[in-house]
Design a protein around this ligand. Sequence first.
Ligand code: XIL
Length: 334
Amino acid sequence: MIFSAPAQPLRQAAEAKGKLIGAAIAAGNLADPMYQQVAGTEFNYLTPENDTKWENTEPGPGRFTFANGDKVVAFAKDHGMKVRGHTLLWHLALPGWVKELDDVELKAAMLRHITGVMEHYKGQMYAWDVLNEAIADGGIGEHRTGSPFYDKLGIEYVALAFRAAHEIDPSAKLFYNDYGAEISGWPKTEAVYRLVKSLVDQGVPISGVGLQMHVSPRQLPPIKLIRDTMQRYADLDLLVNISEMDLPVGPIRGTLDEKLEQQAKAYQDIVSVCVTMTACDAVSFWGFTDKYTWLNLPQYAKIHGRGPHLPLLYTDTFVPKPARQAVLNAFVAP
Ligand code: XIL
């Protein structure tokens, strides 16, 4: 099958607005020629979906492996794309040995990890997610417990990590990335804001915030409240972006066409918020084809009820969906 390139690639429309438009990419999928063609045509920004997570970059203490991350970075370079490294610290995708360390060992391991990974990719990453998902679900109790970093080192580890990252690669933009943090007034949104503001107040080198935007179709987010959240980060002189957007249609009522139309409308409304805001540097999707989405995995699919969820811009046979046109519209709108 040959991919018939759309008249106007998304990246062309995004570049005209000075924006990055991205997708999560898995090195393992690059063997699929259609996958390569669509990714290389449509996007100017990539995030390794899993290949630069701790369990994949440092599976054993001090034993670094970059083969798959390097494949994604090389693909990006070949296609004139920027890369967002993802993610230096997270309570998930963490090898078992990290969880067994005591506080002194853990602090040393954290700094060794940040150093090892960032040195390897120095100058090649436009941005890094330094920290992922450190605020508790629902914002209740503020910080997520069950993360060895918070549990053993206390909240000071966050500033330490950002300072270390900045020292190693001062050219990389450094982000805090989280989900459920986009609707202004919601407890988790406010808790994320407090964490980020406290870093800014301490003079910690943080460049911005990634709002993952794994949208729940049961409750589409009010656009005005997303804009308010983004504006509050802009007012702190930070960047803010949509970092992992997808939108499952399973629970949306109606025929398949109706579901896909509603999906498209929500994509357009949400992406438009970024397009119209100077502080929003990027819109990234968590993949681009329904053939490869984490929402095909039963353990994640079930969060959104019955599938199929078809959450992305292209069908599983790489045909552009209404959502793809809607995202283009968001970028070309005056
Ligand atoms: C997901 C990947 O898509 C899956 O393949 C993997 O099994 C689990 O992680 N928030 C994030 C991403 O920051 O790293 C997660 O990615 C999705 C939620």
